[in-house]
Design a protein around this ligand. Structure first.
Ligand SMILES: Nc1ncnc2c1ncn2[C@@H]1O[C@H](COP(=O)(O)OP(=O)(O)OP(=O)(O)O)[C@@H](O)[C@H]1O
Ligand SMILES: [Mg+2]
Length: 307
């Protein structure tokens, strides 16, 4: 199926001359939850703002539901709900009015039943007549989500939806997002909580200094997480791995002074015992060993450091 969002060759140079995005190419599949990770200033909000038509791209093109965001702005924008990173709501309006007004902005006919459902899903129903100013930070954030859902968008952007939201509420939001996905909405979220990406996303993208440096299925990443690495320091330098040890897929490093072995911690057996005994048989002596497990966080940190 064709992607619901297609970004190609997208770059952004701000008026200050700062290049915030450099040649971004990214397709978002219909119905997926895509998590965009990256350090502060990486370009996440800039990318979202361009797709949502708030910021102009410098070069490149974006289509949303097949509509070009420049040529066919209205059609593209009507498919999108955006929960921006910065909270801004009219403090003295009631929850009900502000959410109803948001729907009106998209030229959609009134639909009180839909607004009621959205407020109930977000546990805001008992606050519907409260002025925004009287709500807590977490409640205000949920009002922003309600506003973004008011016009029944097909795509929802959540720019750090759970920043400053307590653990319980955060889990509640994850459920709301999952329910939205089940109803056919495509979701793109940014987060600084790796755990959130692990929990929610079908795919994970990492952006750093304006460039996408990784896009991968979460399942593939998790598989990498489930694997551990055993490093063996050798007493004597080795020119090559003996053929008898081929089944272990060993790698030789540090100029033949080190062997690394990957094994699955979730498997029935790690193969370490037989590896050690086969090494001994092959006459390879070990001076030291070490094991290491990578987490999504490690992968993220090392990716960002490297680039
Ligand atoms: N209007 C602007 N004019 C000039 N530079 C800008 C503007 N908006 C953002 N930038 C710069 O572009 C870069 C990317 O900013 P952006 O807000 O997209 O980052 P981010 O990944 O969303 O970061 P965070 O995790 O802190 O929200 C930053 O260096 C920022 O200072
Ligand atoms: Mg941001």
């Amino acid at each position: 199926m064709s992607p619901i969002i297609s970004v190609s060759g997208l770059s952004k140079v701000y008026g200050s001359g700062f290049k915030a995005l450099n040649n971004i190419n990214l397709d978002i599949a219909r119905g997926e939850i895509f998590a965009l990770l990256g350090p502060n200033g990486a370009g996440k909000t800039t990318l979202i703002s361009i797709v949502c038509g708030i910021t102009n791209p410098s070069t490149g093109s974006v289509t949303v539901g097949g509509h070009d965001i420049n040529g066919d702005y209205r059609a593209a924008r009507s498919l999108i709900g955006l929960v921006p990173q910065e909270l801004h709501t009219d403090a003295f309006e009631s929850v009900w009015d502000t959410v109803t007004f948001s729907r009106g902005l998209f030229g959609k006919p009134k639909n009180p039943a839909h607004i009621e459902k959205v407020l109930k899903d977000l546990s805001l129903w008992d606050k519907k007549d409260s002025k925004i100013i009287t709500l807590s930070g977490g409640m205000k954030r949920r009002v922003m989500i309600a506003k973004a859902l008011s016009h029944e968008p097909k795509i929802l952007f959540l720019d750090e939806p759970t920043a400053g939201v307590d653990v319980e509420l955060r889990k509640g939001m994850w459920e709301v997002v999952r329910a939205l996905q089940a109803s056919g909405v495509t979701i793109i979220l940014t987060t600084h909580y790796i755990e959130e990406a692990e929990e929610m996303a079908d795919r994970i993208g990492v952006i750093n200094k304006g460039e996408i440096i990784l896009v991968e299925d979460k399942a593939t990443l998790i598989q990498k997480l489930g694997s551990k690495r055993l490093t063996l320091e050798l007493q004597a330098k080795l020119d090559e791995i003996p053929a008898a040890l081929a089944p272990y897929n060993l790698a030789l490093a540090e100029g033949g002074q080190q062997i690394t072995y990957h094994y699955d911690t979730k498997g029935d057996r790690t193969g370490i015992t037989s590896l050690l005994s086969d090494l001994r048989t092959a006459g390879i002596r070990i001076s030291d060993l070490d094991t290491e497990q990578s987490s999504l966080e490690d992968i993220f940190v090392s990716l960002v450091k490297r680039s």
